[in-house]
Design a protein. Structure first.
Length: 204
């Protein structure tokens, strides 16, 4: 059994990667998170793109632990805000990881924007870096519209505000989807699926 580190303490991201790995039948991989390895100093995410930040995290994790490391940098890109919050999504309100405050600020900024101009995309860049320095970077996007108010209790981040274009029951937010429905559609699942060949090679 080969270990691969997901450079995250987010239990929902960890569960998502484990589900993608299991669904692909990759039985030789044990996915662990940052809470499962000795603590190491994490480098600041100073990249201007999702890809750059994912690589910073994955390189840092692989170097510190000697394990192949997967890292994701993701966020929401709103058309009417020229692609912002983008890489600033997690700290849009000024406090890193305060989902409720980030959602409130984004809604306030779009309060006078009509529905037809509320197009948006969830973006995820995933990087896989081996201790030997091999690097793979992939990107997934999930298009939708920003709702006028939060809906649903599943998910995290901006999920309650995002209504995906490809949801069969249109109008639901991604926080109203089951984990299985979200896995079939989401930006992170699209990116992680592209990483499967490289992950499969680790378990062989």
């Amino acid at each position: 059994m080969s270990k691969v580190l997901l450079a995250s303490r987010n239990a929902k991201k960890l569960a998502e990667l484990r589900r993608v790995v299991a669904a692909a039948g990759l039985t030789g991989l044990d996915v662990v998170g940052l809470d499962d390895v000795p603590e190491y100093p994490e480098e600041p995410e100073t990249g201007a793109t999702f890809e750059a930040n994912a690589l910073i995290k994955a390189r840092s994790g692989a170097r510190a632990t000697g394990l192949p490391c997967v890292a994701d940098d993701s966020g929401i890109a709103v058309d009417a805000l020229n692609g912002m919050p983008g890489v600033l999504s997690a700290r849009w309100s000024g406090v890193h990881g305060d989902d409720a405050a980030n959602n409130r600020l984004l809604l306030a900024q779009l309060s006078d924007v009509p529905t037809e101009r509320r197009g948006t995309a969830f973006v995820s860049a995933c990087a896989l870096v081996s201790p030997e320095g091999d690097e793979t970077v992939v990107r997934g996007e999930w298009r939708g519209v920003l709702l006028p108010e939060p809906k649903g209790d599943n998910g995290f981040g901006y999920d309650p505000l995002f209504a995906p274009d490809d949801d069969a029951a249109a109008g639901r937010s991604s926080a109203e989807l089951s984990p299985q429905e979200k896995d079939a559609l989401s930006h992170r699942a699209k990116a992680l699926t592209q990483l499967l060949p490289a992950l499969k090679a680790l378990g062989e």
